[in-house]
Ligand binder design. Structure first.
Ligand code: MN3
Length: 239
């Protein structure tokens, strides 16, 4: 990368941080390097019986891989820099539909794999419980509200728990592969927890029963990662 480009990227990055979306190193690739499929933190069968191995394999090695490949193609076609994916999301209105769909697809799935873990291997800490109870009264209330939002989202999309710029927790949904980091999102914030409600995420095992998939999801949620996401989101949120 030449010096001018480096300075331009550095300034872009500062702008994004000031806008409230500090890029996180975990998903960020070196600048001007093509995006690659991040490794799964567990095996395809490790989330059984809640998420079946075949769904995991197709979802990761076909769907997510395609988003990564098509994101690279889209950025090359636009002759745009390979900025960290969070920065691209934060200014997605300056890109085209292919970047929006595939960039969102890449961020969302990379995020999703990290908040899943072997069945019932983690629990919310006392600290995190307190935070959830402050906004949702009880953990059960939170789960019910989250499930209802995810269930009533029409068609493909995602349900999220986010930290808003005012540092509150809020449940929201986004259509297709949009996410709350995007400047075009109706409700903006930093994702703490999210669930994929595209049929490809559950149809093989649950068919049309999205509610059953959402109930099963809690068993494979990695609460430790959710808490890390919450702490990072607080630091990055504007306010
Ligand atoms: Mn998916």
């Amino acid at each position: 990368m030449n010096k001018r480009k480096f300075i331009k990227n550095a300034l872009l990055s500062v702008g994004v941080a000031l806008a409230g979306f500090k890029p996180r190193a975990v998903f960020s690739m070196p600048w001007n390097t093509e995006f690659t499929l991040p490794p799964l933190p567990y095996g395809y069968a490790d989330l059984e019986p809640y998420i079946d191995a075949q769904t995991m394999e197709i979802h990761y090695s076909k769907h997510h891989a395609a988003y990564v490949q098509n994101l690279n193609k889209a950025l090359k076609a636009l002759n745009k820099d390979f900025l960290p994916i969070e920065n691209i999301c934060a200014k997605i209105s300056e890109y085209d539909m292919a970047t929006r769909n595939n960039g969102g697809g890449h961020y969302n799935h990379a995020f999703f794999w990290r908040i899943l873990a072997k069945p019932n291997s983690t629990q919310p800490s006392k600290n995190l419980l307190k935070v959830i109870e402050k906004d949702f009264k009880t953990l059960e209330n939170f789960k019910t509200e989250f499930q209802q939002k995810a269930l009533s989202h029409f068609g493909s999309g995602w349900a999220w728990l986010i930290v808003t710029p005012k540092k509150n927790l809020q449940i929201t949904t986004t259509p297709n592969q949009d996410n709350p980091l995007m400047d075009i999102a109706e409700v903006k914030g930093i994702p703490v927890l999210g669930v994929d409600v595209w049929e490809h995420a559950y149809y093989l095992k649950y068919q049309n029963k999205r509610a059953d998939y959402l109930l099963a999801f809690w068993n494979v949620l990695n609460w430790n990662q959710v808490e890390k996401n919450y702490q990072n989101a607080l630091k990055a949120a504007k306010g």
